[in-house]
Design a protein around this ligand. Structure first.
Ligand code: SF4
Ligand code: SF4
Length: 153
């Protein structure tokens, strides 16, 4: 990798935390515009740099958690499950970037080639998809400019 940047997100990892309220998200996006412009400029100028985040964050996520979880990442979908709220709409199937979900008898079944992006969980409009025991009460997140129809073609 020749370039890398850190962008703080409003809350896209539901197994650990929920998303922040919409008002705060909008404020955050507004503040991020200058950062995005900086990234675009850097890429256009083909500057090779890997942006460093806080030392401890790097150490924890890149060196410890990443290395521990990457070996088993495809099978981490064994922790997904679906509640009775599922209405068989199929959005989770369309959203998954690696075709890891089949609808069987109207319910999602994960195929163990997951990349753990959590798109299915975040985009289920019924909030029917859960991961382990901790996500039921956590607020979902997706960018306000992206609509579910964008995935449905
Ligand atoms: S997106 Fe949610 S409601 Fe739709 S099929 Fe998947 S789990 Fe069910
Ligand atoms: S977490 Fe991402 S890759 Fe895994 S099943 Fe859900 S959408 Fe697909």
């Amino acid at each position: 990798m020749n370039a890398g940047f850190g962008v703080r997100m409003p809350g896209n990892y539901a197994p650990m935390y929920g998303a922040i309220p919409e008002q705060k998200q909008l404020k955050m996006f507004k503040n991020k515009n200058s950062k995005i412009e900086e990234i675009v400029k850097s890429i256009n100028n083909r500057i090779e740099k890997i942006e460093k985040n806080f030392f401890l964050t790097n150490l924890l996520f890149s060196s410890v958690i990443y290395k521990l979880s990457i070996k088993n990442i495809n099978n981490m979908d064994k922790k997904f499950w679906v509640t009775d709220k599922c209405n068989s709409c199929g959005v989770c199937v369309k959203v998954c970037p690696v075709n890891n979900i089949n609808l069987i008898e109207g319910k999602p079944v994960w195929q163990h080639k997951c990349e753990h992006c959590l798109g299915c969980l975040q985009w289920c409009l019924k909030e029917a998809i859960q991961f382990g025991k901790s996500t039921a009460k956590r607020k979902r997140y997706h960018h306000p400019d992206v609509k579910v129809q964008d995935f449905m073609n």
